[in-house]
Design a protein around this ligand. Structure first.
Ligand SMILES: *Cc1c(COP(=O)(O)O)cnc(C)c1O
Length: 463
């Protein structure tokens, strides 16, 4: 399997190179040259596989430059830290199925991808004799999942900036109580935007970036999307076993990452297996406007109770645009250049095609709060605010002819305050979070000054 850029400007690469490159050199995103497909006989063969075995089967359709035994070992180690034997179990609650993606070490769905990505980085670096310094900014979830993915690895150091005092206390502790010597938390005296722009400036310093082998773990890495394709197939097979050949999924999304994985899964499976992908957004409704009106234009970021979806530029959107543009890299480049310049992109002429791939709804704060409360009273099951956005969209848009699977992207205890507002009390902390406050923590508190932070990285980086 070779990988190409959505903007058509690079020579095809192998999977390992694609993982190490992250963003394509021409500014585009990496995608397989052709998307693999399977037929129903393969589904029969996969039907009863445990998660890890299924993951190996799905991944090997996209990866041909890692020997089978090595891939098996990578997958095994990546999901060994999940607290549930099924890794991503499915349960039925009332009219919907819930796909629980929060049993990883940091209790959010990003673990599914970042546990694998950390192991892939280590695997490739061990063989090339290289090292890497990962740099990123986080408002909460991504940072802790990235740290959990690479802690303790010998050839990787990780530097994660978060806004001092502005993440939830639990989110900060999930990062700062990781004491492995390769983990460097930096609390920036400023906002998330300050942290983010410092990271961008440092990445744009090409001499520094090359000297320290800076790497990123943001959601544009193809391996992250690929790891997420697996749980769609896994959940589909669970429902197929109960007699449902055609299933819908509801996905709370902001960056278009998780829903794009669903799109790849839908192309992989025989036609009709995944019928509709419901794209759920919070008050930041950029993607809903795109699906319902063909209008892709940036707005102001609104702070909500589902902060991991408070996004106005969907970093994975370009991957879908590539297919909408019939795999024409030059057209994608024109579109994205236009969007960068004006902040808007009129795709209304593709509306009918988009409507065959997705339906979408934006869910308000009041609806999110109401859904958490109603769902708890009716089913005794607690939703985190991100999951509640997807459940509300599913309840509104689902077709009673088919089952709908709602992706549960975070454990409710991670967003205890929002849950308490809906049900009157904080959820009980699971063991992974309960002891955090009394643990030792380590964190550098630095001014929001690029030079100071660059110096800190230079002093602590692997060379
Ligand atoms: C990151 C995140 C999302 C959104 O994921 P996308 O990659 O934007 O689709 C949803 N829920 C939670 C809890 C997250 O951490």
């Amino acid at each position: 399997m070779r990988y190409i850029s959505t903007r058509g400007g690079i020579e095809p690469l192998g999977f390992k190179e694609a993982v190490m490159m992250g963003l394509a050199r021409d500014g585009g995103l990496l995608l397989p040259e052709t998307l693999p497909t399977i037929d129903a006989s393969v589904l029969d063969r996969w039907q009863n596989l445990p998660y890890q075995y299924l993951a190996r089967e799905v991944l090997s359709l996209f990866i041909d430059d890692i020997p089978e035994n090595d891939l098996e070992d990578l997958v095994e180690r990546s999901y060994a830290n999940f607290a549930h034997p099924q890794v991503t179990p499915v349960c039925k609650q009332g009219d919907v199925y819930i796909l629980e993606l929060f049993h990883g070490p940091t209790l959010a769905f990003k673990d599914v991808a970042l546990q694998l990505l950390g192991n892939l980085f280590e695997y490739v670096l061990t063989r090339t004799g290289g090292s890497m310094n990962i740099l990123g900014a986080t408002s909460g979830d991504t940072g802790s999942a990235a740290i959990a993915g690479v802690r303790g690895k010998g050839n990787i150091n990780i530097f994660i900036l978060h806004p001092h005092g502005r993440t939830s206390p639990i989110q900060a502790l999930q990062m700062t109580t990781v004491l492995d010597p390769n983990v460097f938390n930096i609390a920036v005296r400023g906002t998330f935007d300050d942290a983010q722009s410092i990271v961008k400036e440092i990445f744009n310093d090409l001499a520094f970036r090359d000297a320290y082998q800076l790497g990123a773990v943001n959601s544009i890495n193809w391996a992250r999307v690929l790891a997420q394709v697996v749980y769609y197939v896994y959940a589909y097979l669970k429902l197929r076993k109960t007699g449902s050949d055609s299933v819908d999924f509801s996905v709370p999304t902001g960056n278009f990452g998780d829903i794009f994985a669903g799109y790849v899964a839908r192309k992989l499976l025989p036609a009709g297996c995944i019928h509709t992908l419901i794209l759920a957004t919070n008050a930041n409704d950029l993607l809903t406007r795109f699906v319902t009106q063909g209008d892709y234009s940036r707005g102001q970021v609104i702070a909500t109770s589902s902060p991991s979806m408070d996004i106005q530029i969907a970093s994975n959107f370009e991957r879908y645009l590539y297919y909408l543009r019939d795999e024409d890299g030059a057209a994608v480049k024109r579109d994205m250049d236009g969007f960068a310049a004006t902040g808007t992109l009129d795709l209304s002429r593709f509306k009918d095609r988009v409507a065959r791939d997705f339906c979408s709804r934006s869910v308000s704060e009041a609806e999110t709060n109401q859904t958490i409360g109603d769902f708890y009273r009716e089913h005794g099951y607690l939703l985190d605010p991100h999951t509640a956005v997807g459940v509300k969209a599913a309840l509104e848009l689902r077709d009673p002819q088919r089952p709908v699977v709602c992706l549960a992207t975070a454990h409710p205890a991670k967003f205890g305050a929002a849950v308490a507002k809906a049900i009157g009390s904080e959820p009980t902390l699971p063991p992974a979070l309960a002891g955090l406050a009394s643990k030792e923590s380590r964190c550098a508190i630095l001014d929001a000054d690029t030079a100071i932070i660059r110096d800190f990285i230079a002093q602590n980086a692997l060379k």
